[in-house]
Design a protein around this ligand. Structure first.
Ligand SMILES: *[C@@H]1O[C@H](CO)[C@@H](O)[C@H](O)[C@H]1NC(C)=O
Length: 498
């Protein structure tokens, strides 16, 4: 072209089509509005009451559909969808509509054929809208996932600038292959809505004679490793119930994963999303309040551990497993551990002067100084047995709420971490467990003794070198990857280098 216009790129084509959809939407809209206007003025001049009702009906139908069509026009512009079939349909519709509009004369007789055509148009518009609705719903869901990837990247970017939080967030955020997995599972779910794990019956989910685990995570492959490893080492898998709670966005993906890979040996997986716990609102929980005012950076999933009695109102005991652990022994024995009236069973991690309360809490603060000993031994999250009845009688959730309120400005402990809040909440109500239940450090410590690893019931990849990341430590990676379901088609599609 003489003007030297640039060659149309793929994006150009796409926006061309998007514009076409938009224009078709627009012309459909204009026509429907015109018809509805035309009929409304004609109807008022017509004396016949039945005729008037009839036109009124068509007019309303036309304006209703005009509203729908305009809504979808807005969507199509925003989402930039290139559905060529829709483009063709909509542009055909638009041209026949304009042709129809040109035939509308001023005399009443010419209205009758228009009436029929208008009805047909409305019918077609309805059909188009219902077809595009499905596509748009799908697109919206996929878009949401993409937005999340973007926001995680942004978060990472921000964290790198902040430096301090950098390594922590780098380890907890999801690399591309994990996002790919979630998206593939999600897309599969949209195409095959029937592929979802049926929900666990209440009689099993709240049977006190079974062993119950709480796992709060968005990481599908990590959750699958936790579940697989417990099952493969259990004498009787059918007694183990895994309550997995995830972000609402990842629930469909988890449902597909566990529908395709149901737990073996009669074990039970009970999937939930955080938005089911409606008691968690700003009037009840300071965590939610702080999230709403932008004072809380980390995800709600991390805080669910402080609401176990509310999440499991019918249970007396639950084992909390973090998603970066792998299990090597039957956990039935852990379930039966005697907590002697305590709320929390946990492995301690102090040695010498290290990892005592003064490392985690601000002892220049008066509240901290008055209530805690700086030399108290810190314990770890990762593998914890919680007695929910003692929790309820000790009112630990209220305790937690008080401390969380007091730390609004981060004067008691560094915000964005949950361990200090736990150390405070369960200060006098934690029972130390035998150390082999929970061997830590596989995500940062290269020199854990092979003997200690061999004897461990649970290995914890705390630290930044998570086993699902490229930076995982080679000497420990196999301990985790052997529980990865590598036959799963979705893993192969997403380049997991495991
Ligand atoms: C520790 O608490 C004191 C007293 O409230 C406060 O002045 C100080 O800033 C706190 N230190 C940190 C690191 O938050």
């Amino acid at each position: 072209m003489a003007g030297g216009r640039p060659i149309r790129t793929m994006n150009g084509v796409r926006s061309f089509f998007t514009d076409r959809i938009f224009l078709s939407f627009l012309s459909t809209l204009l026509f429907l509005v015109a018809i509805s206007f035309l009929l409304s003025t004609k109807a008022t001049t017509r004396p016949h009451p039945i005729q008037s009702v009839h036109f009124d009906l068509i007019r309303r139908q036309a304006s209703d559909h005009a509203a729908l069509v305009s809504a979808y026009a807005a969507y199509s512009r925003r989402l930039k969808i290139d559905a060529s079939r829709q483009v063709r349909l909509f542009s055909n519709l638009a041209s026949s509509l304009s042709e129809l509009a040109s035939r509308v004369g001023s005399d009443e007789d010419s209205l009758h054929p228009v009436e029929k055509e208008a009805k047909d148009r409305v019918k077609l518009a309805r059909q188009l809208v219902s077809e595009s609705k499905e596509a748009f719903d799908t697109q919206i869901k996929i878009q949401k996932l993409r937005d999340t990837i973007f926001s995680v990247n942004e978060q990472l970017h921000r964290a790198r600038k902040l430096g301090d939080l950098s390594s922590q967030i780098a380890a907890s955020s999801t690399p591309k292959s994990l996002h790919c997995l979630a998206m593939r599972l999600m897309e599969h779910r949209i195409l095959h809505p029937e592929d979802a794990l049926p929900s666990t019956s209440d009689s099993i989910a709240s049977d006190p004679s079974l062993y119950h685990y709480a796992i709060f995570s968005e990481n599908i492959i990590a959750v699958s490793v936790v579940v697989n490893s417990v099952i493969r080492n259990a004498a009787d898998p059918s007694r183990h119930v895994f309550h997995v709670v995830t972000d609402p966005m990842y629930l469909p993906a988890m449902q597909v994963w566990f529908a395709k890979r149901p737990p073996t040996g009669g074990a039970h997986v009970d999937l939930h999303s955080t938005d089911e716990y409606t008691f968690l609102d700003a009037s009840y929980s300071p965590v939610i309040r702080q999230m709403e005012t932008g004072k809380q950076e980390i995800s709600l999933l991390h805080y669910l551990r402080f609401y176990l009695p509310e999440i499991f109102p019918k249970l007396k005991r639950v084992i909390l497993l973090e998603d970066d652990v792998v299990v090597q022994k039957d956990l039935a024995e852990l379930w039966k551990v005697d907590l002697q009236g305590n709320v929390n069973g946990a492995v301690e991690m102090c040695f010498g002067g290290f990892r005592r309360y003064n490392r985690y809490l601000n002892f220049t603060n008066q509240v901290v100084k008055e209530r805690f000993s700086p030399r108290a031994c810190a314990w770890a999250y990762g593998v914890n047995v919680f007695d929910l009845q003692s929790w309820r009688t000790e009112r630990c959730t209220e305790q937690f709420h008080q401390y969380q309120e007091m730390n609004e400005d981060g004067l008691l402990w560094r915000p964005g971490t949950v361990l200090p809040a736990g150390l405070m909440t369960f200060y006098t109500t934690t029972k130390p467990l035998e150390k082999s239940w929970h061997v830590m450090g596989l995500g940062y410590n290269p020199s854990i003794s092979p003997e200690e690893i061999r004897k461990a019931a649970v290995l914890h990849f705390n630290g930044n070198m998570k086993p699902w990341l490229d930076v995982a430590m080679n000497q420990y990676k196999q301990l985790w990857t052997k529980y990865v379901d590598s036959d799963m088609e979705f893993l192969q599609l997403c380049n997991f280098g495991l």
